[in-house]
Design a protein around this ligand. Structure first.
Ligand code: AMP
Length: 445
């Protein structure tokens, strides 16, 4: 844990023998120890490429999304720099500022700093909107080494003079393209204007639309440019299947799917907040416990649901696209699209919640007749055809043949519906002795 006590300067010894691939990165021993505790054996590509120039103090432009190990890539060098060049932040001072678009991401980044900095004496805190500000103001009063923040609340606290930005040594702008999408760029520019120009700056963005390119020019000095694994690479590690089902049977199909115990941790996507609540309620009727996270839930309810999901107390989490952004939970074995998104990009973001940190994962999409067009667009964008799964009680051959016809393949006569469940289920449509379906298992590498 990073401490809340008065910081001292630890001796910055370099680890003599670190028995893993982090050896070459020249990190100090307390950081190496924390990484070993996490059982990371090798740095991810972005860590290998980013850590050395960041330790030299270079600016960085990183084209990478969550799931690539991006957080450690910037957190480890920040922790090292703040430790090696230790100087007190002073009242209300901030030595490093990490701006990120969503509350969930802010909390996750802050937790990562806690983990990687557990053997260092640095102070950190996190601020975001949607909750009362008193505790945040108190945490900032004596100054912090690391502040993780969402832009709106940060600017609010800055305008109230609850913090100072004139001592910022390192500035990170995370998920810059999402900041743009969410309308945060004016706030970001105001915050940047208050930070000394001599600092080290890092900007991360999965994509580089023109406005972000302009931002990089004004924010970064001679940056190192690093690009890692575009979204399509992530998609390749995910087993994708589509289940054709009439709209009115989706609820029953979902229930029968979740009876399969190989679905250890499932993230289900709904298109609307109302839809997400309805799924939770319907599952509840079948004694399948699930929580929902979406914009209408209070911040504490969202964090509570996310924590229960992370710790395995709840196996099923239902989310909308916006609320799910940046959900970083290891071990999500399955992403289930209860409804297909109308934008292929959202599909890629959704399914990227599984297959994190080198693991494999499965993405299952429930597709009704009206969603065939969405499926086609997704397949075109990802350049991958999604395999059909018809071993279930609610398979619609009519939708499947419509897809075949639309894709130009030769139409086959409708097959007799096989009444197989994912496993022999007690559902009203299952038949005794039905063959056990292929388990929806997320494979590990
Ligand atoms: P991020 O892209 O920062 O959201 O990280 C995604 C996940 O990868 C997190 O759960 C990290 O704990 C994990 N992770 C980060 N670096 C490594 C590494 N070198 N080896 C294994 N897992 C890692």
């Amino acid at each position: 844990m990073l401490t809340n006590t008065a910081p001292q300067t630890p001796t910055a010894q370099h680890a003599p023998t670190v028995p893993n691939g982090f050896d070459a990165l020249n990190l100090i021993e307390p950081i190496c120890r924390a990484v070993r505790d996490e059982e990371y054996s090798n740095p991810t590509p972005i860590q290998t490429k980013a850590v050395p120039p960041l330790l030299e103090g270079r600016d960085l432009l990183g084209c990478a999304q969550t799931g690539t190990g991006k957080t450690a890539a910037f957190a480890l060098p920040i922790l090292q720099r703040l430790t090696e060049n230790y100087q007190p932040a002073g009242p209300k001072g901030v030595r490093s500022l990490i701006l990120t678009p969503t509350r969930e991401l802010a909390v996750q980044i802050s937790q990562s700093f806690d983990i990687y900095g557990r053997y260092l004496n640095l102070k950190q805190t996190v601020v975001y909107g949607g909750v009362r500000q008193e505790k945040q103001v108190k945490a900032l009063k004596r100054g912090v080494d690391i502040l993780v923040a969402t832009p709106g609340r940060l600017l609010d606290l800055f305008n109230q003079k609850c913090l100072r930005l004139d001592k910022v040594e390192v500035f990170v702008l995370d998920e810059a393209d999402r900041m743009l999408d969410m309308g945060f760029l004016p706030d970001v520019k105001r915050i940047h204007a208050a930070i000394p120009k001599t600092n080290q700056t890092m900007l991360f963005s999965a994509t580089l639309p023109q406005e972000i390119q302009r931002l990089t020019k004004s924010f970064l000095k001679d940056p190192v440019k690093i690009e890692v694994a575009p979204p399509s690479t992530t998609v390749e590690k995910i087993e994708q299947r589509v289940l054709f089902v009439d709209r009115e049977n989706k609820g029953a199909l979902l229930k029968s799917m979740l009876e399969d115990v190989s679905i250890e941790r499932a993230l289900i996507f709904a298109r609307t907040k109302h839809g997400a609540n309805k799924i939770v309620k319907n599952l509840g009727k079948s004694k399948i416990k699930a929580d929902a996270i979406h914009g209408n839930k209070s911040q504490s309810a969202r964090m509570d649901a996310l924590n229960k999901f992370k710790t395995g107390k709840v196996r099923v989490l239902v989310a909308t696209d916006i609320a799910s952004r940046g959900i970083d939970v290891d071990g999500i074995t399955h992403v289930i699209n209860y409804e297909l998104p109308n934008e292929p990009e959202s599909y890629v973001h959704r399914i990227g919640r599984t297959a994190r940190a080198g693991a494999m994962g499965t993405a299952l999409s429930l597709c009704d007749l009206g969603e065939l067009g969405y499926l086609r667009r997704i397949e075109q964008a990802t350049k991958k055809s999604v395999e059909m799964e018809k071993d279930h009680d609610y398979h619609s051959d009519a939708i499947a043949s419509k897809r075949r016809n639309a894709s130009g393949s030769k139409s086959r006569p409708p097959q007799r519906k096989r009444n197989f469940g994912f496993r022999p289920s007690s559902g009203k449509n299952s038949k005794p002795g039905a063959r056990k379906g292929r388990p929806f298992r997320g494979r590990k590498n």
